[in-house]
Design a protein around this ligand. Structure first.
Ligand code: NI
Length: 256
């Protein structure tokens, strides 16, 4: 099983990262994607992945990093990508939850990373919050040239199908286990399994029965269990299918 979105480099894991890794082994997790979101966390993800073979790092700039310095930031990111083996660009995207004051910079930073993904032939990890239409419109312009994943997807099933048509996987996390998450459950039940990934987004968004606590990669098992229940399949089947999908998207056999 693979957790396709984790931030185990976060200080929340400083004291017990080895225990977290051990718990991953106990539930049969053999790969974890460590997702960077700023210059500092890109470096942290890379360093942790050097230390532990379980980890596969990415590098990206989250929309909360968007500022007037986006051009310099993109150049710095490109230098990082050239020098470090990473498995995806992201997380990147659009986030209007805290307002649209910097919408221009957010879009520029996002588009710049899409262009890097094309140039360096890497998949994209997309963060999208309260910005579905703009995210879709931007990605659509690059149709046929990009692939990736809509991380911790929380939109409608209909839009999920549209993102799949653009070459994206749909990744479900802890919220699919929440009682009131009707749409996420519908997506888990109905979308083509070929397009499904699972993740934790730890340390955030812990699934039931850990809701409200620190999340960690081993809890991705709860996400797999929920999807298996909804689809009337075995957990093992969901684990295997989503693992193969992740290996394909991120070219995971290649770690040397
Ligand atoms: Ni994240």
């Amino acid at each position: 099983m693979i957790d396709t979105h984790s931030h185990l480099f976060d200080e929340a894991f400083q004291l017990d990262i080895k225990d977290c890794i051990e718990r991953c082994r106990e539930v049969n997790i053999n790969k974890v994607i460590l997702v960077g979101f700023s210059h500092q966390t890109n470096q942290q993800a890379f360093e942790l992945a050097q230390e532990y073979p379980l980890f596969y790092p990415t590098a990206g700039l989250h929309p909360s990093e968007a500022s007037k310095n986006y051009k310099e930031d993109l150049l710095y990111l490109e230098e990082f990508i050239k020098k470090h083996k990473i498995y995806a660009i992201g997380e990147c995207g659009l986030d209007y939850h805290y307002g649209k004051d910097n919408i221009h910079e957010q879009k520029k930073l996002f588009q710049g990373q899409i262009e890097l993904a094309i140039q360096y032939q890497l998949p994209l990890i997309i963060h999208m919050r309260e910005a579905t239409q703009d995210t879709f419109d931007i990605l659509k312009e690059y149709k046929g040239k990009i692939r990736g994943v809509m991380h911790c997807y929380s939109g409608s099933k209909e839009m999920a199908e549209e993102f799949i048509k653009l070459g994206f996987y749909i990744s479900l996390g802890g919220p699919v286990t929440f009682k009131n998450a009707k749409e996420a459950k519908r997506i888990a039940e109905e979308i083509d399994l070929k397009s499904l990934l699972i993740e934790t987004d730890c340390p955030y968004l812990a699934p039931v029965p850990y809701r409200g606590n620190r999340n960690e990669s081993s809890y991705v098992l709860e996400v797999a269990k929920q999807i298996a229940t909804l689809r009337g399949m075995s957990v093992q089947q969901i684990e295997e299918i989503t693992e193969q999908n992740a290996i394909k998207l991120f070219s995971l056999e290649e770690k040397i």
